[in-house]
Design a protein around this ligand. Structure first.
Ligand code: DCS
Length: 511
């Protein structure tokens, strides 16, 4: 009792006691908060899954509980190039091979008679071959990816380009994303290292640069020339960055473009290679949409590797990384996370460092690697699965092409909206000239004007698009990106909803 009195009367004791309490109260909260987390991760932005999709997800959940709570019965997710989410059918052969590899019991002699009724002979043969090379899909593989599959990727590249490819220069990855992130990590030494990225761009690039604390060096695509890429714009941007002391090390090109859908001509690619060679810049060619080509006669796909190889010995030292994925094309197996990148003219010591980096993650997931195998080595004429494979692929392709045209027509029919056609990829990126009153209303809601428009579209129709500000755009212009992936039988309704909303929006905010 006396001791307690002395303690409470002693000012020094009171001070200590208060400090302990304060210490305990900070201890009581979470150790990991947004104030204590890594600031570079906090700063990274990724609009494809940003505020709009988060609200769309909440509405979608709400509609499940209370279907009449909105003016529409479901959310249409046009914010992401995720075809199977919108019911695109997987390619049968791919799934047959994957499922047999997953369940090798089916390949045992005693099950043969049943299995051969369910699976075509070439799918069974492929699964057997893969299992021979892979072992179990449940085992870690070689960190660069299963050698047999890398050999198939090399053959695919050789056939596509007409120039040799070395399986040792190929790394299999979990989607193209992992490859892009790894290469950007390798390329950036400090905050002064710069990577040129297109504006508009797919935000994987800006987000990765944020996370490694390197400098994005933007170059603008020319909307009035069908989102063309001119060398003057590249030169201007590299000169300006270097004048500010930025060490510009690489140029990222997305071809066909995301979100812009343009497909580069061979001549243009040649000029870009000459530019990189002259300026000593590594090329990063993101070619994940190489088979989403909708005007193949006038705008076919040319790989950077092929064009570089065709330019002869003068350019034989140009460094190039090119990326591909099983998520796009007519495959759309986004969730399986398959991809690869090819390294061309990369320093052997850097190849070792890339191998080390891959080893730290042990290996890319094996089912994703199997998807890369079937993507690069699909059924060929004479195989049992060939007719079905070709017809499934063709059906998806023709439908995507029709939807691309239909949506561009819909956008171009809207007041104050203009939209370039998609030569490739899965997206349209229309420009909206928003009325001053809408821009003011956006300001008072503390939103970017294009985000304000996109949010109003979502709340009125359930259609979820991504505001142009998430990809970057010329200052003072407003855009949004929409995929053209909604199912074709719902497409007229989808276009109708957008048109009605747009008319009401313009009526409300017209000067
Ligand atoms: N590169 C580009 C240009 C992409 O558009 C994407 C995905 C990727 C790389 C990475 O894809 P994977 O890791 O799946 O191979 N596109 C995103 C988009 O804009 N919508 O969906 C995902």
């Amino acid at each position: 009792m006396i001791r307690t009195l002395i303690r409470t009367a002693n000012p020094r004791y009171l001070q200590i006691n208060q400090n302990v309490k304060r210490f305990r109260s900070t201890q009581a909260g979470k150790v990991l908060t947004v104030d204590t987390m890594h600031p570079l991760i906090k700063n990274a932005e990724y609009a494809v899954r940003g505020a709009l999709p988060i609200r769309a997800e909440a509405i979608s959940q709400q509609l499940k509980k209370d279907p009449s709570s909105m003016k529409f019965d479901r959310v249409v997710f046009c914010n992401i190039g995720n075809p199977q989410q919108l019911n695109q059918k997987p390619i049968s052969f791919f799934r047959q091979v994957a499922s047999l590899c997953d369940n090798p019991e089916l390949l045992k002699a005693e099950n043969r008679s049943i299995v051969s009724k369910l699976y075509p002979a070439d799918a069974i043969a492929r699964a057997e071959l893969l299992i021979k090379h892979v072992g179990s899909v449940g085992a870690y593989s070689h960190s660069k990816g299963i050698p047999h599959i890398r050999e198939n990727v090399a053959k695919f590249i050789e056939e596509r380009d007409g120039y040799p490819a070395d399986p040792d220069n190929i790394f299999l990855t979990q989607g193209a994303s992992e490859g892009v992130q790894r290469v950007i990590q390798m390329l950036t030494q400090n905050a002064n290292s710069g990577i040129m990225i297109p504006i508009p761009q797919y935000p994987l690039y800006s987000a990765t640069l944020s996370m490694v604390n390197a400098a994005p060096v933007p170059y603008y695509l020319n909307e009035s020339k069908g989102w063309g890429l001119d060398i003057e714009s590249l030169q201007k941007s590299v000169d300006e960055a270097r004048a500010k002391g930025v060490d510009v090390r690489a140029l990222a090109i997305i071809n066909p473009g995301n979100p812009t859908g343009q497909c580069l001509t061979e001549e243009n690619i040649r000029d870009i290679i000459r530019f990189c060679h002259r300026e000593r810049i590594v090329l990063l060619a993101d070619e994940v949409y190489q088979t989403n080509i909708y005007q193949p006669e006038t705008r076919p796909f040319h790989s950077f590797k092929k064009v570089l190889m065709s330019m002869g010995s003068e350019f034989a030292d140009q460094e190039l990384f090119s990326f591909h994925s099983t998520s796009k094309g007519m495959i759309g197996e986004c969730g399986r996370r398959g991809g690869y990148f090819e390294c061309v003219n990369i320093d052997p010591e850097i190849m070792e460092q890339l191998y080390k980096l891959a080893s730290i993650s042990l290996c890319p997931n094996v089912q994703g690697q199997i998807m890369v195998d079937v993507m690069t080595n699909p059924p060929v004429e004479g195989d049992e699965s060939y007719p079905q494979y070709i017809s499934e692929k063709q059906e998806i392709f023709e439908s995507l092409r029709r939807r691309a045209v239909k949506l561009a027509k819909c956008f171009n029919g809207l007041e104050n909206v203009s939209c370039n056609d998609a030569e490739g990829a899965m997206y349209l990126f229309p420009q909206i000239r928003l009325p001053a009153k809408a821009i003011e209303a956006a300001k008072s809601s503390k939103m970017a004007p294009d985000a304000f428009y996109a949010m109003a579209l979502l709340e009125a129709t359930g259609v979820c698009v991504v505001p142009g500000s998430g990809f970057g755009q010329e200052p003072g212009t407003y855009h949004f990106r929409s995929t053209f992936l909604p199912e074709e039988h719902l497409f007229d309704d989808f276009c109708g909803k957008i048109s009605n909303f747009h008319k009401e929006f313009m009526d409300k905010y017209r000067a």
